[in-house]
Design a protein around this ligand. Sequence first.
Ligand code: HEC
Ligand code: HEC
Length: 143
Amino acid sequence: MKKVIVTLLVAMVTLMFTTAAFSTGVASLRGDKELTAPADENPMRKQVITQGGVERSYKIQPPMIPHKIDKETINLKTNTCMKCHSEKTFEEKKAPKAGDSHYVTRDGKVLETVSSRRYFCNQCHAPQLDASPIVENKFEGAK
Ligand code: HEC
Ligand code: HEC
């Protein structure tokens, strides 16, 4: 009987300690947040405007985006990039037209509207931030 009581006591004390450890949160790379809590969001950095565009590092590189895109939307229903970069609008908006390659399907068919292969523009074209590189980069493009 005594043995049973001791075992029960030990079990209860262990349980108390383990619940305490979980509820105070364990400090890890994501801070001392509860395991179930979301991590901190990355701080929003300002996108920058690059006058004259960003030089390409190699011939067929998707050019970097020289303007801000934080107000643009690309989803199933709408693609606001094409308000300026489409065949119909580029002249009026004084924007470069998305290349002819953007209208070709994988089977080589030329479409009237941008091909689904090129629909999600920021898959290839990236806006620029004013941030210093985390590691030094000695890459030199072959022009
Ligand atoms: C309000 C009109 C407008 C919208 C909307 C717009 N752009 Fe642009 N974009 C321009 C203009 C104008 C330029 C020419 C450079 C400049 O003046 O910023 C340009 C330049 C670019 C370039 C550089 C092309 C090169 O040859 O260097 C890329 C890439 C680009 N835009 C991609 C995008 C993407 C992707 C989106 C949507 C997320 C977008 N743009 C939305 C007007 C627009
Ligand atoms: C799969 C990658 C990819 C996607 C997605 C993509 N592009 Fe491009 N884009 C490129 C490449 C590569 C080039 C350069 C060669 C070319 O024109 O095909 C380019 C060139 C451009 C240019 C410059 C054209 C010129 O003549 O200088 C513009 C503007 C542009 N893209 C806009 C867009 C817009 C807007 C979207 C979304 C509707 C988009 N791109 C989606 C890869 C992509």
